[in-house]
Design a protein around this ligand. Structure first.
Ligand code: THU
Length: 137
């Protein structure tokens, strides 16, 4: 599904804006994510760190889990904003892959410039999905 220019701008704005709520006292690397669902809603998320480091979670997964816990499962696009245009981590790629390989991914820097535009498939070629489980046994 293609994004309109307006949707694209809204997603970028949302990811940039929500980044202020990132809880990143350890890495000092705030991340904002904004996820557009097929129903037209935008769910945002930030990274939430913890003194026990592995207990923290990335912005993208917060956005996905917020959406799924509100009954949403069809995702059109996700925007990820960091100051330097960092790319989604492997765990987030896997979580996104669960809900569709065609979800558009916009990676933006702190000024909202698009550093990379791709899809979940592009970020995670050969993804392990439910299909693999169906083939077992
Ligand atoms: N982080 C994200 O929120 N998303 C990513 O895809 C990459 C990393 C967070 C996790 C941690 O809070 C900080 O960035 C540094 O790794």
């Amino acid at each position: 599904m293609n994004l309109t220019d307006e949707q694209r701008q809204q997603l970028i704005e949302a990811a940039l804006t929500v980044r202020k709520w990132a809880y990143a006292p350890y890495s000092k690397y705030p991340v904002g994510a904004a996820l557009l669902t097929a129903s037209g809603k935008i769910y945002d998320g930030v990274n939430v760190e913890n003194a026990a480091y592995p207990s923290g979670i990335c912005a993208e997964r917060v956005a996905v889990f917020k959406a799924v816990s509100e009954g949403e499962r069809e995702f059109v696009a996700i925007t990820v904003a960091t100051h330097n245009g960092g790319s989604p981590c492997g765990a987030c790629r896997q979580v996104l892959a669960e809900f569709g390989l065609d979800t558009l991914v916009l990676i933006v820097d702190g000024n909202g410039n698009i550093v990379q535009e791709t899809t979940v498939r592009g970020l995670l070629p050969g993804a392990f999905t439910a299909e693999a489980l169906e083939k077992s046994g």
